[in-house]
Design a protein around this ligand. Structure first.
Ligand code: C6P
Length: 418
């Protein structure tokens, strides 16, 4: 295997020096040095991940769990090692609790279509929050349509973007079968108290699902400490490839769930009119999986752990505090989300400038932002806006980039004021 450029033995260097591990960052866009602030959409990939993908396709490429030749054995070993790596990354009790999926979206759809179909009936309630991404709303709407279950929402307080926990006693009650919520809001940057929410649900025997799309690459995650039943993540938001993610599920829950997609690998035996299922997690992985993706994901997890997840979280906190402080000084800027204790995501609006116009002009200055509803249309409705502009940071971003971004916003403001 190719050596990880950031080995655990390497003494801590300034995070800025890690930029050298990300070749994509070293370029100009529209004649300006690229400032990549769209990390909540997807993060960039370090050399270690590129090398792991390259190595797999150059040396080991074969299908898994099928062949008994050397390459297939190697591919199977690497794929299952990636599962063990993911289990360790999340502190799951066993590898059987890790199902590889295409990402967070597919992981949530899997739970809705298996656990949900089997467990929910007319009148049951599913509790969500108003800050959920469409991926954690639409699968439950579809399930509600199939079963007659009802959706209920825990409100968000307003522009400060906190969950209205004072309403939990009233909304988290017997009759609710599932409480599904995001760990970190992709629009507001709010970090929700997931362990506390899971504990409250567990006291009532309510199943919990945590959407960790925005937290898995930014905060230390321990599913046992969180105490959730399910947790979903996407590899591409934590330095891994696109097209791979994972569902963590408590083993006893996964075992009790029917399969979702049918096909090769998820079966123990098939006859003309009936089949028997493979053991978990294979029961949920029909067909040839994204073998390279899983291997790349494991390399990304190695990389992040070598950098240090607490260190990444600390950098996020410092950079976002600096950004919030700088942005608060820009007249006419409306900032969404908590002022303190937030993740490295900042949504804002500048005077009457449409978010898409702002993002288009920022791109002319080499600054990559996102503008739109961020797949949070219900939240936008709650906030009374159509869209926001969003800057989202990662450990390779710097204070100097934040300062340059704020200077660009001031230029944009002058431009639109003309
Ligand atoms: N948010 C963003 O720019 P997928 O697409 O399956 O990898 O992740 C979906 C998803 C689920 N939950 C949250 C909280 C998310 O932020 C996302 C993806 C991206 O905000 C793309 S819309």
């Amino acid at each position: 295997m190719t050596a990880n450029p950031v080995s655990p033995q390497r003494p801590p260097a300034a995070l800025e020096s890690l930029r050298a591990d990300f070749p994509v960052l070293d370029q100009t866009v529209n004649g300006r040095p690229l400032i990549y602030f769209d990390n909540a959409a997807t993060t960039q990939k370090p050399l270690a991940v590129l090398a792991a993908l390259d190595h797999y396709y150059r040396r080991d490429n074969a299908n898994v769990h099928r062949g008994i030749h050397e390459l297939s054995n190697r591919a199977t070993a690497a794929y299952e090692a990636a599962r063990a790596r993911t289990a360790a990354f999340l502190n799951a009790r066993s590898t059987e609790e890790i199902v590889f999926t295409r990402g967070t979206t597919e992981a949530i759809n899997l739970v809705a279509n298996t656990w949900g179909n089997a467990q929910l009936k007319a009148g049951d309630r599913i509790l969500l929050t108003e800050m959920e991404h469409h991926s954690n709303i639409v699968p439950w709407q579809l399930l509600a349509q199939r079963t007659g279950a009802q959706l209920v929402y825990l409100p968000v307080t307003g522009d400060d973007g906190l969950l209205d926990l004072g309403r939990l006693d009233e909304l988290l009650v017997p009759g609710v079968k599932l409480f599904a919520f995001t760990h970190v809001s992709n629009t507001l940057g709010t970090i929700n108290p997931v362990a506390e929410l899971c504990e409250r649900a567990r006291q009532l025997g309510i199943v919990t699902l945590v959407d960790a799309a925005q937290s898995a690459g930014h905060l230390p995650l321990d599913v046992q400490a969180i105490g959730c039943d399910f947790l979903a993540l996407s590899g591409h938001k934590l330095c891994g490839p696109t097209g791979i993610g994972a569902l963590y599920g408590r083993k006893e829950r996964l075992e009790a769930m029917p399969p979702w997609q049918g096909g090769g690998d998820m079966i123990a035996s098939v006859d003309f009119f009936e089949s028997r299922w493979n053991t978990v997690p294979h029961k949920f992985e029909a067909g040839t999986p994204d073998i390279a993706g899983a291997i790349g994901l494991a390399a990304a997890m190695d990389y992040l752990d070598a950098v240090g997840r607490e260190r990444i979280a600390q950098h996020d906190r410092e950079l976002v505090a600096h950004a919030v402080e700088q942005l608060s000084r820009v007249n006419g800027l409306r900032l969404f989300g908590p002022r303190t204790g937030r993740a490295g995501v900042v949504s804002f609006l500048l005077n009457e400038v449409h978010a898409h116009d702002l993002v288009t002009v920022a791109d002319q200055f080499g600054v990559a932002l996102r503008g739109g509803h961020h797949c949070n249309q219900p939240l936008m409705k709650k906030l009374g806006v159509m869209s926001t502009a969003r800057a989202s940071f990662y450990f390779y971003n710097t204070r100097a980039e934040v300062d340059q971004f704020v200077a660009v916003l001031r230029e944009i403001q002058k431009f639109f004021a003309q």
